[in-house]
Ligand binder design. Structure first.
Ligand code: HEC
Length: 427
């Protein structure tokens, strides 16, 4: 094996990534959407000479900078930490292919941080028109970092290159530009930009209804009415982006719907939560005073549920791949399958000798299955099956529906694994 295995009990490693990723997304998308929103609204307040509105935006910027810079940076590092531990091969492959993309992203990240501090600390200290320009620099830098990262996640989901007329690009050595000229890039950009706007407006709902909770001020009515437009536009972008992305997936959307109960639940949750956000935000347009802290809190929860289910969907439909066409969920490259079947799945390992079926399980299965309890735990899936049934199942791992990689080991490894699984499965 290329790297040693890492087992996360109950949750499984990819679900740990998903949990940290969802937390990160809830902050990082706010960093992007909040930037666009502050730039547009600051420009509007300066143009119309609305000092009170500009003061509120300043107050919001404090909350915004504190949350996005501190928390966003910590969870971002958390993502690197988990992906490097759980999917080292995929991480190595992505760094080799897209290192230039990350280098550019870090430059924009620095611009983003510097602009955020200038925006907040110099709010009242520089001419308003210059200040509007600073908010635009922040917004653009944050959005460009979204473009760069979305390129990489889009490639991981569907690596078909538009250079080759949308054919499957496995076998071609991928390079930097494949991040942006793949089938999923534009739908994902639409989804993420829409999600960023939607989420940022929901944060403003929360913040504004809290700040003005005991006042008779007219300000919350004005703020909420303006934010509702971003929510409506954002939700429409997200829904179109998800449907467009789903319809253009290599696997085909029907196969994904047929393939597992989980994806069906996620799709239902996604559309349900999006509809609730859209309906709830209509109050913002017609009865903005109704949006109190509890109402804003509910809308926020529906919003992050919609975004979270879209992230989980992306994770679930990518299987058996970690990087579509290149790195499989059992931590090997696609072009290594036959060699592993002939010479053994874990024999070429520099890390550990094969000391039985438990080790084979850890290398070949642990990236998607918990052992006895937890996410997709393998023991209950095999309840009551005898060793021959188990061997048959493993031999046909990727049939009839290919959410699993093919079996990549030798007969001896299969024997050891089946022995091990038969011992731990419940009767
Ligand atoms: C890339 C991820 C991945 C890997 C690696 C993986 N599986 Fe799976 N496996 C899945 C998914 C996803 C499903 C369930 C599909 C569903 O929800 O219907 C599944 C389902 C199963 C099932 C139930 C299927 C049935 O017909 O009853 C068994 C048993 C199973 N896996 C065993 C294994 C074993 C043993 C290994 C290691 C040799 C393994 N899996 C490796 C993703 C994976």
């Amino acid at each position: 094996m290329h790297y040693p295995w890492w087992y996360v009990p109950v949750l499984t490693a990819p679900m740990l990534i998903a949990v940290i990723a969802v937390i990160h997304v809830v902050v990082s998308h706010y960093a992007v959407g909040g930037g666009i929103l502050l730039a547009l609204e600051n420009q509007f307040a300066v143009k119309t000479g609305s000092t009170a509105y500009r003061d509120y935006l300043h107050q919001h910027a404090r909350f915004f900078v504190l949350l996005t810079v501190a928390f966003g940076a910590i969870t971002g590092v958390g993502i690197w930490w988990t992906i490097a531990l759980t999917s080292p091969l995929a991480t190595e492959f992505l760094i080799r292919t897209f290192v230039f993309g990350w280098a550019i992203e870090w430059v924009f990240f620095i611009v983003e941080i510097v602009a955020a501090f200038i925006m907040y600390y110099c709010w009242t200290k520089m001419p308003p028109r210059t200040h509007v320009k600073i908010t635009w620099i922040y917004a653009l830098a944050a959005w460009i970092s979204l473009v760069l990262i979305t390129g990489i996640t889009a490639f991981m989901l569907d690596s078909r290159s538009l250079f080759s007329g949308g054919t499957y690009s496995s076998g071609i050595v991928p390079e930097f530009w494949h991040a942006f000229f793949n089938v999923q890039f534009l739908p994902q950009m639409l989804t993420r930009t829409g999600g960023a706007l939607l989420l940022a407006a929901l944060y403003v709902f929360l913040h504004c209804s809290w700040v003005f909770r005991n006042t008779q001020s007219e300000m919350p009515g004005i703020v909420i009415k303006r934010m509702t437009k971003y929510i409506i536009a954002g939700t429409i972008f997200v829904v179109i982006g998800v449907v467009w992305g789903g319809l253009t997936l290599r696997l085909g959307v029907w196969l994904i719907i047929e393939r597992s109960v989980l994806t069906n639940i996620l799709i239902t949750v996604f559309f349900g939560a999006s509809a609730l956000v859209l309906l709830g935000s209509l109050f913002g347009l017609f009865a903005p005073k109704q949006i109190n802290i509890a109402f804003a809190g509910c809308l926020f929860i529906f919003g992050i549920t919609a975004l979270g289910s879209a992230e989980f969907m992306r994770e679930a439909i990518r299987k058996p791949w970690i990087v579509d066409g290149y790195v499989l969920g059992n931590q090997i490259y696609a072009d290594e399958i036959e060699e592993r079947q002939a010479n053994g799945f874990i024999q070429p390992s520099n890390w550990l000798n094969n000391d039985g079926g438990g080790t084979v399980f850890m290398y070949h299965c642990n990236n998607c299955h918990a052992l006895n309890h937890g996410v997709s735990a393998v023991a209950p899936l095999l309840a009551g099956e005898n060793k021959n049934d188990i061997k048959d199942k493993i031999r046909k791992l990727n049939q009839p529906i290919a959410s699993m990689p093919p079996w990549c080991g030798t007969e001896a490894e299969l024997e050891a694994l089946a022995d091990f699984l038969e011992k731990i499965r419940p009767d």
